[in-house]
Ligand binder design. Structure first.
Ligand code: 7RM
Length: 650
């Protein structure tokens, strides 16, 4: 844990506390300890009540939980349909004309989509999928910009019992190939292109590149958004609007088993191969509905909720699509970047729609800090009543800035810790109850059991250790697609009988949790998980590269930045820009190293292991500690000299 000492020191000086404002607390869903007491008294009864009250079941479950570590089955025997829960039941209850999505395109075009509209579109698209041969149990790939059709496609899959696998639109053709082939998806849903920073970024051409290597895909559905020219392969490719115009408007929701697969979502692990995280139906929906309601204190009759994530990440799945729609929320969905046409676009949107709950990432907040407090000050942000963060630890300075400049000093902040694997929020303040400390995610939610342990799996009462979960929870991953061994190895082997999250954490004297970042070879760049090995594999796939070592170094804006050390093959030459572009082609622009250093050798131990700690020290400009285990100490002097030169950057 030595690399976390700086963070621990910085955080232990934080002593400011913020109690929920009395008026907020008075009107909040949760403002006393009853929910905690209920969960502690009987975990299964607690979750069963959430499932009963928040979710509509077609058939009740027999047992709440069957737990055969590490395999959990929740609400066993219960039947439900996720799309029905997100749409039909709201329309049936008289909320058909309630706005589900205020969609804002980057160029400024808008769409207002009610629950009735969304139900209609989802039913039609569900029939489209069926007409293309998709049946219950099949996988469908989705590669779309932030347009409403992304939610429609996901819900249409859920309606007919097909599992979706969404690939973030910023990922490359190669990443798409890997994910389609691993899931053996039958259909791909994509768009011609989407808007980003004032320009159309093409998606269909990347999809076409991928489609040459994805034998399982029979059909491609293309949404027209960018208006860019695209090639359509006859018989395989179809325009979304053409299929929808012909589609039958009625599609009954399929009765799904609580443990049927809802979706796969690929996430980086410590090897080069992303893991297809499996989430199922009943437990996942219960978890995201419960957390969305209570962490965001959602009052569906008056709140306008906005989560700025992309649907390609778990945050978009759980807190744009499934949680908010299951709860009948009205939300904003925005297509583009925060700085188009100006640095105040987000604040303009908050004022325009009267957003009351705003959920974003620390990296975005630090970027807003750089742009200055004048940008939010141009707009009336008085509608906001609650702020949230997710994706990485938030430093106290950014928390305070967010509190003052966005929240006007009156909004509680919920710092929510969770993972693709946990499905939903696990650690967070409850905004009407919890006294917050800037930078701390505070406590486990009712129904979630956390312990920080030391190297020997002994619980730690004070100080640092590893974050573990001691009891199953409904939204937990059910496995890694096609790789049960890796599931056990990655999450359940490090500490006997516990789920190991891969994060370090510290408990302060008041029992508050402070998340300290990953303790494995997974980097967190702007809240996105990227494995060092994945970037290394991308680099060595370039013909000029012999060997590469990648580390995540602290970065004031993005949390971590990717630093790469590369040795070239004899007689080969290549420049930094070419290699950075090569990584973008292999993985996606988010994985481009911030800096690449060429070195004749990498620092290695005598047994040949690359000394990452040392490379991180170099990248962060620290004095090097003990280098006596190095095979060749002169390598390091040379690296330090090169690192002192200014790193390249976009
Ligand atoms: C939701 C999401 C998961 C990793 C996780 C942590 C880090 C996420 C916080 C956080 C400190 C937070 N899923 N992380 N939230 N660290 N405080 N509030 O981000 O699968 O993409 O990433 O992100 O390291 O393990 S994820």
């Amino acid at each position: 844990m030595s690399e976390h000492n700086d963070t621990i020191d910085a955080l232990s000086n934080e002593s400011r506390t913020f109690a929920p404002p009395a008026t907020f607390a008075a009107a909040a869903h949760i403002n006393d300890g009853a929910l905690h007491a209920e969960a502690e008294a009987d975990l299964e009864a607690f979750w069963a009540r959430q499932a009963r009250e928040l979710i509509t079941w077609q058939q009740p479950w027999g047992s709440v939980l069957e737990w055969d570590l590490p395999y959990a089955r929740w609400f066993v025997g219960g039947k439900l349909n996720v799309a029905e829960n997100c749409l039909d039941r709201h329309v049936a209850a008289g909320f058909g004309s309630k706005v589900a999505i205020h969609w804002e395109g980057e160029p400024g075009d808008t769409r207002t989509i009610t629950y009735a509209d969304l139900l209609d579109e989802v039913q039609r698209f569900a029939n489209v999928l069926r007409s293309l041969g998709v049946a219950k149990g099949d996988r469908v790939n989705i590669y779309l910009p932030m347009i409403p059709e992304a939610a429609v496609a996901m819900l249409a899959c859920a309606r007919i019992g097909a599992a979706h696998s969404v690939v973030f639109g910023g990922f490359s053709a190669q990443s798409l190939i890997d994910r389609i082939n691993d899931a053996e998806a039958k259909v791909l849903i994509t768009a011609d292109g989407g808007y980003r920073r004032g320009e159309v970024f093409p998606l269909k051409p990347a999809a076409d590149e991928a489609l040459a290597h994805t034998p399982t895909i029979d059909h491609v559905v293309v949404v027209r958004r960018g208006g860019n020219d695209v090639a359509m392969t006859k018989g395989r490719d179809h325009w979304y609007h053409e299929l929808m115009a012909e589609a039958d408007p009625v599609c009954a929701p399929e009765a799904m088993d609580a443990e049927d697969l809802l979706f796969l979502l690929y996430t980086s692990g410590t090897t080069g191969k992303p893991k297809g995280i499996m989430h199922t139906t009943g437990g996942y929906l219960t978890h995201v509905a419960y957390t969305h309601r209570n962490v965001f204190d959602l009052h569906r009759d008056r709140d306008v909720y906005w989560c700025t994530a992309d649907v390609g990440w778990i945050t978009g799945h759980s807190y744009i699509v499934y949680g908010p729609l299951a709860n009948g929320a009205t939300q904003v969905m925005y297509e583009g970047v925060p700085n188009y046409p100006g640095n105040d676009r987000f604040w303009e949107i908050v004022a325009k729609y009267g957003v009351t709950i705003f959920y974003t990432a620390p990296t975005a907040i630090r970027t807003f800090m750089k742009w200055g407090a004048d940008e939010p000050a141009k707009h009336d942000l008085s509608s906001l009543r609650l702020l949230g963060t997710v994706g990485e630890p938030i430093n106290p300075e950014a928390w305070m800035w967010y509190h003052h400049n966005i929240g006007g000093g009156r909004c509680p902040i919920v710092d929510t810790w969770w993972q693709t694997e946990t499905g939903g929020i696990m650690i967070s303040p409850l905004p009407g109850l919890t006294v917050t400390k800037p930078g701390s995610a505070t406590f486990a939610l009712p129904g979630v059991n956390i312990e920080v342990v030391d190297d020997n799996a002994q619980p730690v009462e004070h100080g640092g250790g590893y974050l573990t979960l001691t009891r199953p929870w409904p939204g937990m991953l059910r496995g890694i697609w096609g790789d049960p061994e890796r599931f056990v190895d990655t999450y359940w082997s490090r500490f006997q009988g516990r789920y190991f999250a891969g994060d370090g954490a510290r408990l302060d004297d008041d029992g508050y949790l402070w998340l300290l970042g990953r303790v494995d070879d997974v980097m967190n760049v702007s809240g996105h998980r990227i494995s060092t090995t994945e970037v290394e594999s991308a680099l060595v796939s370039h013909p000029a590269v012999a060997e590469a070592a990648v580390v995540g170094a602290n970065d004031a804006t993005t949390g971590q930045a990717i630093f790469a050390y590369v040795t070239l093959r004899g007689g080969q030459d290549v420049d930094v820009a070419t290699l950075r572009d090569h990584v973008a082609t292999e993985i996606g622009a988010i994985a481009k190293p911030k800096a690449i250093f060429f070195t004749p050798d990498l620092p290695k131990t005598r047994s040949g292991k690359i000394m990452r700690r040392l490379l991180r020290d170099v990248a962060e400009g620290r004095n090097l500690g003990d280098t006596t285990t190095l095979a060749d100490a002169s390598v390091v002097d040379e690296l330090q000299r090169r690192a002192a030169e200014t790193p390249s950057e976009d």
